[in-house]
Design a protein around this ligand. Structure first.
Ligand code: KIV
Length: 294
């Protein structure tokens, strides 16, 4: 049995936002995105602590160029499906682009993700500018995960999916962002695509856990996109991704074998076929059918 089998798979206690918050500086927090019943169930069975229904679903599930066009309705739909598959992990749903532009919108849309999608917390992108939204949602009883650094909803302003925080000034700004979201009530914060040195400083400057994606191994936890980890998204693979399987290739090979078997009539076989009960067979053979004219 590997270390992973021993440490995480046996955990059974339900994970809550306070559980994640209390893991600061302790065992690394393992987070993974998922977008439906089966991916949620698989991530949960693997012992992931936090399942994020990320707005990355726009790209890896819905095939959009970026994350900007996914709607609140779509997020609710996928969160609801994912929640059905997850028993232990904390389910967090992303607030899509512009769905939290004001405090009122943030409250309305996070309320939908919780009440209709059955998420147990929400995530939003941004630092200092979204602190009022984080405070309002937290005050309303909704746990909030924040996200700073490369925030894909700001891709137009960044001029592409580019690493952030690559100067002392930018690192100071990120520290301010992380401290602002903590002060507003966030229970953890994602740090995306920033130098490991900045991630280290941010992790030391806040008392909530930092969850890295492209932020080195100094953060309190890690998150990756399900399709990237399993080798199921081929458009591009960011530098910070490690593919732990090549399921995309395996799936194509399996479906090619299926097509071959159908064409050679070796599928379905005996084991996949229903047969008429013996006592009906003689009667069935007497049925006359008229051949259809072509
Ligand atoms: O949408 C997403 O999947 C995310 C994670 C990569 C952090 O925001």
């Amino acid at each position: 049995m590997s270390t992973t089998d021993k440490t995480s798979k046996k955990k059974t206690v339900t994970v809550t936002a306070p559980t994640i918050q209390a893991m600061k500086g302790g065992e690394k927090i393992c987070c993974m995105t998922a977008y439906d019943y089966s991916s949620g169930m698989i991530a949960d069975k693997a012992g992931v602590d936090l399942v994020l229904v990320g707005d990355s679903l726009a790209m890896v599930v819905l095939g959009h160029e970026d994350t900007l066009s996914v709607t609140v309705d779509e997020m609710v739909h996928h969160t609801r499906a994912t929640s059905r598959g997850v028993k232990r992990a904390l389910v967090v749903a992303d607030l899509p682009f512009m769905s939290f532009a004001t405090v009122e919108l943030a409250l309305k849309n996070s309320g939908r993700l919780i009440a209709e999608g059955h998420a147990k917390a929400v995530k939003l992108e941004g630092g200092v500018p979204v602190a009022p939204q984080i405070k309002a949602m937290t005050d309303a009883g909704i746990p909030v995960m924040a996200h700073v650094g490369l925030t894909p909803q700001h891709v137009a302003r960044f001029g592409g999916f580019k690493a952030q925080g690559k100067s002392a000034e930018a690192t100071r700004a990120l520290i301010e962002d992380a401290q602002a979201v903590e002060a507003a009530g966030a229970f953890c914060v994602v740090l995306e695509a920033i130098p490991v040195e900045s991630a280290q400083l941010i992790t030391e400057s806040v008392s909530i856990p930092t969850i890295g994606i492209g932020a080195g191994n100094v953060t309190d936890g890690q998150v990756l996109v399900y399709h990237d980890v399993l080798g199921m998204f081929d458009r591009f693979t960011p530098k910070f991704v490690r593919r732990f399987a090549e399921l995309g290739e395996e799936a194509v090979t399996a479906l090619e074998r299926y097509c071959d078997d159908v064409r050679r009539t070796t599928f379905p076989g005996d084991k996949n076929t229903f047969y008429m009960p013996d006592d009906q067979l003689a009667q069935v053979r007497k049925i006359k059918v008229k051949a259809k004219k072509k």
